[in-house]
Structures are given as structure tokens and as C-alpha cells.
Design a protein around this ligand. Structure first.
Ligand code: MRU
Length: 353
């Protein structure tokens, strides 16, 4: 399994995704501020991985605190959580994960638990979230595999794989599970401008697993769909509103419209921690705007004239009407999503397939 991130005795170790596929190097974050930098700079990225990184960042901050009493520690925990929560705005997994560690901390602090015990409990909880994330990916794979063709080509956008999670992946986890069950699948990976998660990361990790993979530029899928070359599309998600609208990497919305036009099923795979039941529709999902330089430059080389206007929204929202199914670790959601999400949210977490 590709070690996307790992809790170590001296910090959290991250595979540096900005260097892939050419270099396999690691960055050790020794304190919560360094974890925040790793998330902001996309050394780790992908909603579930960002979530667990945030949880480990809070745990690391609490563990290394020198506060002598609970009021002093309370003040530090507030700063730690705020610092990590201001790194990236769209993936709701980050806020869910920080909230889970913070809730645990608050209940232990309210019960006047000794500080050393609080420290070990929050570290254990963050590490549990790591294991749960992998289990959720495996369950999504088991539920979703049969949706993919027995033989055919599946398009994916961005990277929703082992690199975007603690291991196995969401959309790529479903592809892996289908391949493990004997499906003959060729993967088409959109290059995913401007950050090239498809060209650099999806291609790298699928080749690692010997799954046949072809990279295409983002403007090529319509042509291939029109030629009957794509049988299904599967992507991940950064936030799913209560009505089933899905925020995912910029470009996903266009792919979903194209899939609908060509009668190709468009699937989303995401853990339950990506659902944001407090946001009624996709219109309420905050969209991260990233730096102009990601668009103006490629590999350090300027590609646009000085002073030209630049847009760089990192995500877009795919309306629920384009989505054939949402695969979660609790089961498969179908339209009408407001209803199916509400019914499934009453079920316990991590139902195995
Ligand atoms: O900007 P990124 O690389 O963090 O965006 C990642 C995506 O959009 C993924 O598709 C999404 O987080 C799902 S990952 C399982």
C-alpha cells in the first residue's frame, strides 16, 4: 500500500505529492504548524487524506503542548484547530476530522481527565481515523465494483486514489476492487489542469498496481465518448450537499454533463465524512480559489503573457441530476438523493459490504 501519510513517534510523515511522479520523497511534519503547511501546499491532498492529516495535526499539537492545566490547554487547542481549519476550505472532511478530535478533547477536558491521558487518547483517536479511512475505502470498493463494466474503459478525473486517502482510494478503490474481482478495466485518466493530479498521481499509482492506464488532456473526453470509447465515469468528492450535489476537482462538472449527453453512467465514490448535511445544496459549498501561478506557469516556465487575467477555482459543483449513483462505505445512494442520504444517515458508520 502506498504510504500517503503515517503517524511516527517524532511527527507525521507525508509522501510529497508535489514531487510525484519523478521523485518519491517524504516530508516529516514535526508540529501542527508544519502539518498546516503540508496541507496548504498540497504535499498531501485529496479530501479523506486532508481530513486524517488535520486530525493528526490537532493530535500532534495537543501531544506536544507544554500547558500545565486545562484552561491553558483549552486556549492552545482553539489556536491549533483554527490554524488547521484555515488551510483549505472545500473538502469538508477536514472540518469533520478536526471536529472529531476537538469533541473528544472537550469531553475529556470537561471530565477533568489528567493531561497525559488526554494526550494519549487524542493520538489514539487520530490513528483510529487512519484505519477507519482505509476500511471505508475497502467497503466502497466492495459496494461499487459491480457498477463498473466486466470489460471496458472507465474515465476518472483528478486523483481519488490511495494518494488521496490513507490507502486504497475512493474512486480508484472501486476500480481496484473491480479489477480484483476479475473485471478487465482500462482506465482513462484526465490530466486535470492546472495541478495535473490525473497525469502525475492517478497514472503513477495505477501503474504501480499494473492497472492499464492512459492519460488524456482534459479537452479530449467528449471526442472519446462520442466514439463509444468510454463505458463509465467514476470520480471522488470533496463535499456532498444534503441534496446530492457534489463538489469535486475543477472540470468534474463538464465531464458529468458530457457523460449524461452520451448515456454513460457517472458515479461518485466518497466516504460518509464527505457528506455535509448542513449544506442544503451545492450552491452553499465554498470553492477554493488558488494562486494564479498554478495557471500561468508549468514546471516553473511561464506560459501566459504578463498581466493577463487569470481564473483558478480549484473545484466545481456537479448537480445531483447528473449522478447515476454515489458509492459510500454504508452502501450505494441513488436519486432522489435528499431522501436516500437522509435514510442512510440514520444507519451506523462503516457497514461492511
Ligand atoms: O485539490 P485536491 O488535489 O485536494 O483535490 C482532490 C479532489 O478533488 C479529489 O477528487 C477529491 O478530494 C476526492 S479524493 C478521494
Amino acid at each position: 500500500m502506498i504510504p500517503t501519510l503515517e503517524w511516527l513517534p517524532n511527527g507525521v510523515n507525508f509522501l510529497d505529492q508535489t514531487k510525484l511522479p519523478l521523485e518519491e520523497t517524504y516530508v516529516l511534519a514535526k508540529n501542527y504548524n508544519e502539518v498546516a503547511t503540508v496541507i496548504r501546499d498540497m504535499i498531501v491532498r485529496g479530501a479523506p487524506a486532508i481530513g486524517v492529516a488535520g486530525a493528526m495535526g490537532v493530535a500532534l499539537g495537543i501531544q506536544s503542548s507544554t500547558a500545565k492545566d486545562i484552561p491553558a490547554l483549552n486556549a492552545e487547542v482553539a489556536v491549533i484547530c483554527d490554524t488547521l481549519a484555515t488551510t483549505r476550505p472545500t473538502a469538508v472532511n477536514l472540518f469533520w476530522a478536526i471536529g472529531r478530535i476537538r469533541d473528544l478533547y472537550n469531553s475529556l477536558a470537561a471530565a477533568k481527565t489528567p493531561i497525559p491521558q488526554i494526550k494519549s487518547a487524542v493520538v489514539a483517536e487520530a490513528r483510529r481515523m487512519y484505519d477507519e479511512d482505509i476500511a471505508a475505502c475497502k467497503a466502497m470498493g466492495a459496494f461499487g465494483a459491480e457498477l463498473l463494466p466486466k470489460q471496458g474503459t472507465v474515465l476518472t478525473h483528478c486523483n481519488a486514489g490511495a494518494l488521496a486517502t490513507c490507502g486504497y482510494g475512493t474512486a480508484l478503490g472501486v476500480i481496484r476492487a473491480a479489477v480484483e474481482r476479475g473485471h478487465q478495466i482500462d482506465v482513462l485518466a484526465d490530466e486535470t489542469r492546472p495541478y495535473l493530479q490525473g497525469a502525475r498521481l492517478t497514472a503513477w499509482e495505477l501503474m504501480h498496481d499494473n492497472i492499464p492506464t492512459t492519460v488524456l488532456c482534459d479537452n479530449m473526453s467528449a471526442h472519446l465518448m462520442s466514439k463509444g470509447r468510454i463505458q463509465a465515469v467514476i470520480v471522488g468528492a470533496d463535499r456532498i450537499a444534503a441534496n446530492g450535489d457534489v463538489a469535486n476537482k475543477i472540470g468534474t462538472y463538464g465531464v458529468a454533463i458530457l457523460a449524461k449527453e452520451h448515456g454513460i453512467p457517472f458515479y461518485v465514490a466518497a466516504p460518509w465524512s464527505t457528506l455535509d448535511l448542513n449544506t442544503p445544496t451545492g450552491a452553499g459549498i465554498p470553492i477554493e480559489q488558488r494562486s494564479a501561478r498554478e495557471v500561468t506557469h508549468s514546471n516553473g516556465k511561464q506560459m501566459t503573457p504578463n498581466g493577463v487575467g487569470i481564473e483558478n477555482p480549484a473545484f466545481d459543483v456537479t448537480p445531483a441530476k447528473y449522478i447515476a449513483a454515489i458509492i459510500t462505505e454504508r452502501g450505494i445512494l441513488r436519486a432522489p438523493y435528499a431522501e436516500s442520504i437522509s435514510v442512510m444517515s440514520a444507519q451506523p458508520a462503516h457497514t461492511s459490504a
